[in-house]
Each structure stands twice: as C-alpha cells, then as structure tokens.
Ligand binder design. Structure first.
Ligand code: AMP
Ligand code: ZN
Length: 469
C-alpha cells in the first residue's frame, strides 16, 4: 500500500504525493519554552516523529523544520494577557532569555530520551524578527491589516476563505462576540505585532516600522516556514488545539501574502488526557518525562505507550497503562537480544511478507496499533531467529525503540542483595547447606535469580517471559 495520510484541510484520507519528487518539506510547531513539556506535548512530538520516520521508510528525504517559540505566545491564545516568557521570568527570577535557554535544553533532552529525531532545522522566533517584520509588511501592503492602540491586527473579514481549516462558523462567532473584543473589528482578528506597553520596557522587544514591540504568536510560523521551506510545502503538523486558532491564522497570513494555503497536507495529533480531560500546563497534574523516570520507568516505554493508540484518537494516560507498555518493551528487547544470541554467526534476513504487512499498516495513515500487532505476530511466529531479528530491526526504523542497542543489565544489584549473596557463598564454603538455601530463597523473593558459574555466583534481575503481547 502506498502512503495515505489524513488531511485535516480537506477532512479526507489522501494519497501522499510530494511536491518535488523524492523530497518532503515538513514543518512542525515546536514548544513554547517557558516551562517543561508535559507528557501531552510529548505525545504530539512522538506522533510527528513517527510521521517523519514513515516518510523516510518510504524513501523520501525529509527536510524537517521545527520552531522554538521564545517570544510572543500570550497567556491567552486570543492575544490577551501577559507574554508566557515574561510571566515565566517573574515566576523563576531568571531573565526571559535564560528561561528560553533552560527550557529549550530541557526539551531537547526529553526528545532525545524518547528517541525523537532532531529536526534538520531548529529555528527560534527571536532570531527571525526581521523575517517576521517583512512578512507583516507584505500583509499590510496587500491591505489586510489595521492599527489599534496596542498593535497591528489582521482583518480576518477581508479573507473570504478565513477559518476554512477549522470549518469556523464566522457568522455565529460574530453574533456571539462580546465587548471583550476591545478595538478589534472582528472576534477572529489577531495580532501581528504588539506594541510594548507605554512607559514599560519589556525584556524582549524590537524596533519596527510600526513602533517598538514584539511579534504576535502566529507570524513566526508563517515567516520561518517560508524562509526554510518556501511559501507552499508538503506537510504541516501540530496538536489538535492548533486547528482552530494557530494554524487557521498561519494559513490566513500566508494566504494574504502569497496566496497559498501554506501546506499541501495538514496533520493533527489528538490529545493525551488525564481522567478524560486534556492534559495541560495550567490544570490538573503536570506530568513530564522526569515523572516517568522518577518512577524507574524507561522513557521509551512512554514512546511505546503512545504507539499503542492511533494518533487521531484521544489517549488516556494512566500509570497502569504505562507499566504495561514497559513490560511489553522489555519483552521485545529480550526477544530481540535472545534471537541474536541463538543465531550468532548466521546472516540476518527479512521476512518480506511480514514486513510488507507492517508497511501496509504504517502507510495507512500511520496505524501504529495495527503495525504493532504485526510485530507481536512476528515475535510469536516460528520463523528462524535470524529472520525475526532482521525483520524487527527493519521495523524498528519506524518504531524507534532502539531494540538493537539494548543489553541485559550486567548486574548492578543493590548492596543488600550483594551482601546476601556473599553470605550465601560463605555458607556454601562452610557447607552450611540449610543456611545457603535460606539465603537463596531470600534473594529470589527480592526479585533476583542466582547463577552459579565456575567463576563464582552472580545475581540477575528476574526476567519476564518472552513471546506474549
Ligand atoms: P506548546 O508548547 O504549548 O506550544 O505545545 C506544544 C505542542 O503540544 C503543540 O503541538 C500542542 O498542540 C501540543 N499539545 C498541547 N497539549 C496537548 C495534549 N494534552 N496532548 C497532546 N498534545 C498537546
Ligand atoms: Zn506554529
């Protein structure tokens, strides 16, 4: 099956064809770096990573651009309230630039732990101010802007197609608009440039043809994607919350300036939820990758947890669900490792039939749950180990579980276990067999098994059995 992707713009499953043979330009909206990413944010980046890997699996060369929002994202998506960076600065006592640096590094560490491939281009909003000013000037020259006392705004009523991506009910919104609109002409109008408040010096502000201030949140993505990928490129993605405001406005800006709808395909990842509510930074429990590590769970188990659900369905987070993904991951790793041991010296081979079925599933709009079902079938099959290993190692180019890198832990058992082991060795030396047996029992009850070798005794953590999904 050839690659098909669900395009939010047309609300349909479309066969993917690149604009330029063999190449794909892809833009993914990156983090707003005023705080750590939560597990919900990371679910979206895992989905985008799978998309990137599936494109590469299909032989495309992917130019992947990700922005870092380090200015301009206000506390409310409707251009009101404080800048998230300046607010974070007050919370932590660090400067806005230090905050951006700190959380950008934390984000890059998180995605490294999740084996998410780095984009080919990282771009920061604060390092592309001139591009954003030029873009706003272009929109202004085409007659889509107006000025209020606090900034330059986009007049959405001038764009007949405005809101198409989200199928917005513009008339309904107009009718429901309340006084909070302030000086805005239409409820959906949004800021392109905000002035620094009178008499106040912001940490992040720049001169512009309209006055000192800072860019609105949406303009950075139109300006930087145009710079690195051109005014019309293959794929644009983000989380589902971006459909109605952020991506709608990115499209409006690019349509106003270049007359294109920015990207050929629009893909959106659905939310990670906790107790049936969206996980967010402002409400509920703030779970991040560090929370997973703190529980002694491998971050790649979170990756596998995400792959167990289709990206276009909501996923409920639970620790039980994550633990069970951790067990599955351990089974896969152990199986993979043992196939290597038992087929040592034999050439790895691929079972084309299994791989073909896996490819069909990932190419069917990234159906990872079904692709994983093929993986488990392969694990349980009676194919020779060198074929299982060769086939799974190819599948892992998409799964990204680093199966080939895993080794059983060479024992670093806790001190108390090693002490018991020593006592047992002593007992054996002195032929106190009943004591030795009792100590063995104690060690096993603590979750370790003993291997007696000619070189001495070792302990290993007990392993789960291989071969079940
Ligand atoms: P932000 O750092 O807030 O700009 O968000 C980064 C990415 O995470 C965006 O693509 C959002 O759409 C996405 N996102 C936010 N909340 C969630 C959630 N609960 N589940 C999945 N993705 C989310
Ligand atoms: Zn964006």
């Amino acid at each position: 099956m050839e690659l098909h992707l669900y395009d939010t713009y047309t609300r349909s499953l479309r066969k993917f064809e690149p604009l330029e043979a063999g190449k794909v330009g892809m833009y993914t909206c990156g983090p707003t770096v005023y705080d750590y990413a939560h597990l919900g944010n990371l679910r979206t980046y895992v989905f985008e990573d799978i998309l990137r890997r599936v494109l590469e699996f299909n032989g495309y060369q992917v130019e992947h651009v990700m922005n870092i929002t380090d200015v301009g994202h206000l506390v409310s998506d409707a251009d009101e309230g404080e800048d998230k960076m300046e607010k974070g600065s007050r919370r932590t006592g660090l400067s806005a630039y230090q905050i951006a640096e700190k959380y950008t590094a934390a984000f890059q560490e998180d995605i490294t732990r999740l084996n998410i491939l780095f984009p080919t281009v990282w771009c920061k909003a604060t390092e592309h101010i001139q591009e954003q000013i030029d873009f706003i000037a272009c929109i202004e020259a085409r007659g889509y802007t107006y000025r209020t006392s606090d900034g330059i705004y986009f007049d959405t009523s001038k764009l007949p197609n405005y809101g198409y991506l989200a199928r917005l009910d513009i008339e309904g919104l107009q009718a429901g608009a309340r006084i909070e609109m302030g000086e805005k002409r239409n409820p959906t109008d949004f800021a392109l440039w905000k002035f620094s408040p009178a008499g106040q010096k912001r940490q992040m502000e720049w001169d512009s043809p309209w006055g000192v201030g800072f860019p609105g949140w949406h303009i950075e993505c139109s300006a930087m994607s145009a710079r690195y990928l051109g005014s019309f490129f293959d794929i644009h993605c983000g989380g589902e919350d971006h459909i109605s405001v952020h991506h709608t406005n990115e499209i409006a800006q690019t349509e106003a300036c270049y007359g294109t709808r920015l990207a050929n395909f629009w893909l959106h990842g659905y939310f990670l939820q906790v107790d049936a509510e969206r996980m967010s930074k402002s409400s509920g429990e703030f779970l991040r990758l560090q929370s997973v590590l703190d529980r002694g769970i491998d971050p790649l188990a979170y990756r596998l947890f995400c792959l167990n659900a289709h990206y276009r369905s909501k996923l409920n987070f639970s620790w039980e669900g994550l633990e069970s993904a951790a067990t599955s991951l351990q089974r896969l790793r152990t199986a993979y490792y043992e196939w290597g041991q038992s087929s040592a010296g034999r050439q790895e081979r691929i079972d084309e039939q299994m791989l073909g079925r896996f490819r069909d599933q990932v190419n069917d709009d990234l159906n990872m749950p079904r692709a994983l079902a093929v993986v488990w079938e392969l694990v349980r099959s009676d194919l020779p180990p060198e074929i299982k290993k060769g086939t799974l190692s190819t599948m892992d180019r998409v799964l990204g579980l680093r199966l080939a890198e895993w080794r059983p832990e060479e024992e670093t058992a806790p001190l108390e276990i090693l002490t018991l082991l020593e006592a047992r060795q002593q007992a054996r030396k002195e032929k106190r067999w009943a004591d030795a047996d009792a100590l063995r029992q104690q060690i096993q009850e603590a979750g370790y098994e003993i291997e007696d070798t000619p070189q001495g005794s070792r302990v290993k953590r007990k392993r789960t059995t291989v071969g079940e999904g």
